[in-house]
Design a protein around this ligand. Sequence first.
Ligand SMILES: Cc1cc2nc3c(=O)[nH]c(=O)nc-3n(C[C@H](O)[C@H](O)[C@H](O)COP(=O)(O)O)c2cc1C
Length: 369
Amino acid sequence: MPFNTALTRALGIKIPVVQGGMQWVGYAEMAAAVSNAGGLGILTALTQPTPEDLRKEIRRCKTMTANPFGVNLTLLPALNPPDYPAYARVILEEGIRIVETAGNSPGPVIKMLKSATPPCVVLHKCTTIRHAQSAVKLGVDFLSIDGFECAGHVGESDITNFILLSRARQSLPIPFIASGGFADGQGLAAALNLGAEGINMGTRFMCTVEAPIHHKIKEAIVNADETDTELVLRRWRNTTRLYRNKVTEGAVKVERESKEGKFEEVAPYVSGKRGREVFINGDPEYGVWTAGQVMGLIHDIPTCHDLVTRIEREAIEALKKSQALLVDEVPHGQIAGKGAEHVQAGDNKTPAKGKNGEAEVWGIGKSKL
Ligand SMILES: Cc1cc2nc3c(=O)[nH]c(=O)nc-3n(C[C@H](O)[C@H](O)[C@H](O)COP(=O)(O)O)c2cc1C
């Protein structure tokens, strides 16, 4: 059953579920499988070494799905930053009109994407309401609100989605989707009820048949629970949530114990190169790799089609169940204890009395009235 939300309407998709950009995971196989399943698949631009490689990947993805898909462009501080405008140009030249942006100073890239003809639909990911409000001024179409539960860059304010999503609903003038900690249809229904127009998932999609990473990493996710992540790089205000292993433990030790706190001390631990190797060699202890607390909710490795269909079914059931909670009459109370039959729900003026004029206190004890 198609969902009618601002997200499904803007993107022309059936189920309001987005697969967020994932470095070393967001290849054509991943994005196409999610788009074919009725959600929105997203290629990760910087997974491709050059803009021309991204062009090839976009073309490869087009041969794998006829449905809409997007591209993630993550702008991270670096000594030698990638040529972001060149990546953005390729995205536009290849006719992509859905872009997920993330990271620092996205203004110039967003301007490029919004001044294309036709303009792109831009989903900007952020972890604070303040950043979301700045992105609104830049003209983005959707915010992707990443709670503290999320995999990867969690920001520095540690606000989980229960607060963050309602803050977004209360204070943002444009639609938003909920990201971080989602794995099932109950989560989608909850996000919709909190005011989001859909959800964004990373870790859950990593653990699917089509995710182009080693099977042993998917098994590691299934075997992990919600306590198996580690926050690293807080000292450098670049806090990142990773799968906990010997390497992250080493990084945290350096972070806590180093007197000087030079980034070069921790750099060998958090090398992206070794992290990439993990997905190829299947050894979860080989380097650092990104994963969220939602690992605790992941117990299988389905196809993207089965996963998205299951999320759709569960969300419909959950939304119907919420509607069924509303009835015409106050239900009969089932409070245990003698005085319970005298209690009129909603009538708190009449104290419930026991046989001898004593008040029943939740069937635990009695007090003289
Ligand atoms: C392996 C992995 C790599 C990621 N790489 C990126 C990235 O390059 N850019 C980005 O904006 N988000 C990245 N993310 C974050 C996801 O897009 C998404 O926001 C996050 O996974 C949501 O939290 P969840 O894992 O609880 O669903 C990555 C997540 C994972 C699991």
